[in-house]
Each structure stands twice: as structure tokens, then as C-alpha cells.
Design a protein around this ligand. Structure first.
Ligand SMILES: [Fe+2]
Ligand SMILES: [Fe+2]
Length: 374
């Protein structure tokens, strides 16, 4: 898929909004209030979304974050149905014992951690939308885009999904980025992949059907893919919140963003540790997919050593300053569009409609147009 998330012009912006609204009108008779942006009442005929008591910028930042959290919840829900713990906090699905066993090679508590990460995303999504609504601002609802297929493996619910975690191209540069003492993408640096073969091609991170449960090295390769993808997603949130926080105006909105963002870092830290336990192997059903021993040559050393799970200090703001242990990247310009493009390039939305990409792009552009108003 060729870069469907593109910055759009002001003219296109209005057209996309009205197109999406027309889509809501056309399909919305039975689902009043379930529009793409909803305040509990339909938005038909209105030119712009409502910010209520928030500045337009703060509302736009929160709406992009709400969308990101809805998408995160959707992917984590799929992991939890097959690989986590299904209970009243995170209902749905009934587990896949062989997938869970493969995940537990990375850590005996993987099912609990998957459950907890899923619940966290769900609460982020629900809270941000509730906060927007409390200020009289429009909220985000992506239900019309729940059209992608579920895994056919035993244990998964058969419902429409927003995200596709069965054809992923997983960027693993966070591994080397957080281990480098000299490089930072905010300075234009590009870091090497930890698992180069995951960063090309398309790989399932959950069993697509029960046929994926054997042989054991194949389901282990799928569990390993999930193990790296967990951290790839959560490092994204770890950067996104501080990047957008820099353009928030209201102190309470800043508190919301600064209080949710670090939980993404807690997730990332956990998953980075677990990914380091993924056993070295070659997928017998896809020999191009190789999980290397990251502690041995040509890997190994400070850039790859698996127990270096805390951030190495690196350059920050200026190479003139002493190195500092920090989240990276945290530049704010264009951060929302970059996040949308990053997720799109991973294949997470493979199969989604043009309208979905237009709406995501629109939300991201609005967030990136936000600026502090003092
Ligand atoms: Fe989240
Ligand atoms: Fe997250």
C-alpha cells in the first residue's frame, strides 16, 4: 500500500469532512449518534466539529489520541482473545492454548500482561472520549470501520475489526534506538533493525487459523512476532504523548496527556524485556523469517544486548549538551501524521477503506495544526 495517509489541503479538508458526514447520513439512519465524530447527537449539516470549552487545538489533539487509543484497543483485544486472559474486565474470546504456550516462552506471565495492556488501552479510549464530551467537544467513534476479518483460529470472536494483525511488517528499530548512546531520530539519525526479516514482508502476529498452531517453531515464530509488535506499538505511544503535549494549551488537558503517556512507557518497558526472551529460530513455514540471537555476533554489544532494557542516555536537544536518558523521538512538528503513517506502513490497517485513511489523516492533520495558545 502506497502511503495512503497524506497531508491534505484546506480545500480537501472540507470536502473530506462533508464526504464523511454524507457517509454518516447515508448509513446512519439505524445508528444515530454513532457517526465518525459524535456528541451523542448527529452532526449532520455542521461544517466543523465542536471543541466546546476546549481550544480547537486541545480538542483536536485529544481526538487524535482518542482515535489512536480506539485503534490500540482493537488490536490488543485481538491479542487478548487468543493469547491473554478473558474475564469481566476484558471480555471476548476463549484463548488458544498452543498460542498462549508459545507466548509464555517469552514470559510465564504473558497472558496477564496482554490482558492488562488491553484493559489500559480500553480505559484510555473511554476516558479521553468522556473528557471531550464533558467539555462539550465532539468525540471520536470508528465503529463504521469495524469491517476487517477476525482470525479463524479457535478462541477468537468472529466480529468486524478495525485493525489487521495477521499481515504485519514490524519495525524493530526501537530496539537499537533505545540502546544507542550517540543517535536519536530527532537529529535525523536512522537506527538498524533488531529483527531485519520482520521489517519486510507480511507476518501474522496471531494464528490466522488452527493450521497456524503447528509445527511448534511456526507458532513460536508467530508468538515472537507478537512479542516484538507489542513493543513496537507501545514505544509509539511513548513518543506520541510527549510529542503532542508540547502543543497543548489548557493545564488540565496537559495533565490528561502527561498522565496517560507514561503508562505507554510502562508497557513499552515490559514488552522490551519480554521481546528479549524470544527464542532464536527460523519459521519453518516461512524460512525468510529469522529471529536472531541478539546477544551473538553479528548482533550483540551495546546496540543489541538483550538485558539493556532501560534507555541508554543519548543526545537530546543539542549535541553540545551532555547525553541524557530520555524518550526518543519527541519532536512535535508533524508528530500525529507521522504516527498515522507509521501504523499504516506496518500493515495494521491493511484492507481498510479509503474513507478510513481519509478520516485518520484528517484527525492527524487537525492535531498537527494545533498550537499552544498563551
Ligand atoms: Fe493507550
Ligand atoms: Fe498503548
Amino acid at each position: 500500500m502506497k502511503d495512503p495517509v497524506q497531508p491534505i489541503s484546506a480545500g480537501e479538508h472540507t470536502n473530506r469532512r462533508s464526504f464523511l458526514r454524507k457517509g454518516v447520513v447515508a448509513t446512519g439512519a439505524a445508528t444515530v449518534g454513532a457517526g465518525l465524530l459524535s456528541r451523542g447527537v448527529p452532526l449532520f449539516g455542521q461544517e466543523d466539529e465542536k471543541s466546546g470549552k476546549l481550544t480547537r487545538g486541545d480538542a483536536a489533539i485529544l481526538r487524535f489520541l482518542a482515535a489512536a487509543e480506539i485503534l490500540e484497543t482493537d488490536l490488543w483485544q485481538q491479542y487478548n482473545e487468543l493469547g491473554g486472559i478473558q474475564d469481566s474486565e476484558v471480555p471476548g474470546g476463549s484463548g488458544s492454548p498452543l498460542y498462549i504456550a508459545a507466548l509464555k516462552v517469552l514470559d510465564g506471565d504473558m497472558d496477564q500482561y496482554i490482558h492488562d495492556n488491553t484493559e489500559d488501552e480500553l480505559t484510555h479510549e473511554v476516558f479521553i472520549n468522556a473528557y471531550l464530551a464533558s467539555k462539550g467537544a465532539d468525540t471520536v467513534n470508528l465503529d463504521e470501520f469495524r469491517t476487517l476479518p477476525s482470525s479463524k483460529a479457535t478462541g477468537a470472536q468472529q466480529i468486524g475489526r478495525l485493525t489487521n494483525i495477521m499481515q504485519l511488517t514490524v519495525d524493530t528499530t526501537w530496539w537499537t534506538r533505545y540502546r544507542s548512546r550517540t543517535q536519536n531520530p530527532d537529529f535525523g539519525d536512522t537506527l538498524p533493525q533488531a529483527v531485519p526479516s520482520l521489517a519486510v514482508g507480511q507476518h501474522p502476529a496471531i494464528p490466522r487459523s488452527d493450521a497456524d498452531l503447528t509445527p511448534s517453531d511456526h507458532i513460536q515464530a508467530i508468538a515472537n512476532t507478537a512479542g516484538f509488535h507489542f513493543a513496537t506499538i507501545e514505544q509509539g505511544g511513548t513518543s506520541l504523548y510527549p510529542s503532542l503535549a508540547q502543543r497543548v494549551t489548557n493545564v488540565e488537558v496537559l495533565r490528561v496527556v502527561l498522565s496517560i503517556g507514561p503508562t505507554e512507557a510502562m508497557h513499552f518497558q515490559t514488552w522490551q524485556d519480554k521481546a528479549g526472551n524470544a527464542p532464536a529460530l527460523t519459521d519453518p513455514k516461512d524460512p525468510t523469517l529469522v529471529f536472531p540471537n541478539l546477544n551473538a555476533a553479528p548482533f550483540g554489544g551495546e546496540d543489541f544486548q538483550t538485558n539493556l532494557i532501560m534507555p541508554e542516555p543519548t543526545v537530546f536537544l543539542s549535541r553540545q549538551f551532555p547525553t541524557c536518558s530520555i524518550v526518543r523521538p519527541t519532536h512535535t512538528k508533524g508528530a500525529a501524521i507521522e504516527a498515522a503513517k507509521f501504523l499504516t506502513a506496518s500493515g495494521l490497517f491493511m484492507g481498510q477503506s479509503k474513507e478510513f485513511f481519509a478520516f485518520l489523516s484528517d484527525l492527524a492533520e487537525d492535531a498537527d495544526n494545533a498550537h499552544r495558545e498563551l
